[in-house]
Design a protein around this ligand. Sequence first.
Ligand code: MG
Length: 458
Amino acid sequence: MIHRRAFLKSTGAALGATLRAAPARLPNIVFILCDDLGYGDLGCYGSRIRTPNLDRMAAEGVRFTNFCSADPVCSPSRAALLTGRYPTRVGVPRVLFPRDAGGLNRDETTLADVLKAGGYRTMCIGKWHLGHTPPYLPTSRGFDAYFGIPYSNDMSPRPLMRDTQVIEQPARLETLTRRYTEEALGFLQKSAREPFFLYLPHTFPHIPLAASERFRGKSAEGLYGDVVEEIDWSVGQVLRALRENGVDQDTLVMFSSDNGPWYQGSPGRLRGRKGTTYEGGIREPFLARWPGKIPAGPVSDALASMMDVFPTVARLTGASLPAKPLDGVDIWPLLAGEKESIDREILLYFDNWDLQCARWRNWKLHIARHNSAAYSPAPPGGRHNLLLPRAELYNLAEDPDESYDVAAENSAVVAEMERRIRRLISGFPAEVQQAYAEAQSRKADPATPTGAYPRPQP
Ligand code: MG
């Protein structure tokens, strides 16, 4: 356990007044992640699904309206969360399947690695999806213990694992949220005397959906609503356990989702769903609660990324940063209410190795797009990323659903974003640069309508 003096020294004066009344121990970290939960699926984000525990968590902490995952599908988004780096840099540009022997590059450092090295107890409970063979499982990536399905619940086989052992096959889906919660409560009980990191990536509401009998048929929003209401119950149980174990004031709890909704669920008024780089595929609910450190109730519209979690937690815990540069930035000043926004480098959005669009301040620039939706059968000639006939620019502050291309009226913004993209991408792995170069030479038909899936050149 790191001594308090060393902790304060390592985090420095930057924490300022917020840490003057610091606890005599390092903060605990709880990160609860949903799978394929939409931006519009919680009560506090406008849903009719009943989520009283998450709504209360939002009221007791900060709620973000511009928090984005680093990728619109499961594995890459999780890779970015746990490394603070773009998924294309860490060997996870796409979803992993049971046939894949690899996973998150072995030379990457996870958030669990650095917290464990700093004396934390660490546990992952739920869907891992960063490699299911022994060198890639959570217990090889900084977690003391693991309980869950190592990938998505629609994949086969569907093992439930404890650490590296299969304990049930196939996993009984309707029991998972309840059993994950029981595991979490047991871990919190055992860990109350030491700093801990609980990473709780739920299996749901990724399809196939399943809820326990207590929640099945209870929501007015169908089985999807039942599933989300059970997750909300689980969050309430975790928050209650923190109070009962006396660590509520010492624990930063965060809640989000890996990517947008798939066939069910709501992206709110955002355009697109899982698998697309429109906002509906990547904008996520994000709540952060730490009584006494994070003010209760603010709603932040500051731009933030899933990649920011690593540097933010590292700063709060005094953890060592990895040797490789992080793409995320420390957003503690946003969480603590010390700043309203952080000026940051442009954010890039990929589908596999293919750069498609970028976010800078309130602007979204689409430069390339696949000629069909992800998860659709490939069109004749194959699925390709095609350079759009004209880059499309959307002002997300005024046009959150990316409906009105204003590139022609804002040519200076387009030029600045294109300059930043070129500069940033020159430091990416060869596969990204090759895909980028290929897209430059694979232009869409100039007759492609703005916003459409591009047609290939005739
Ligand atoms: Mg997902």
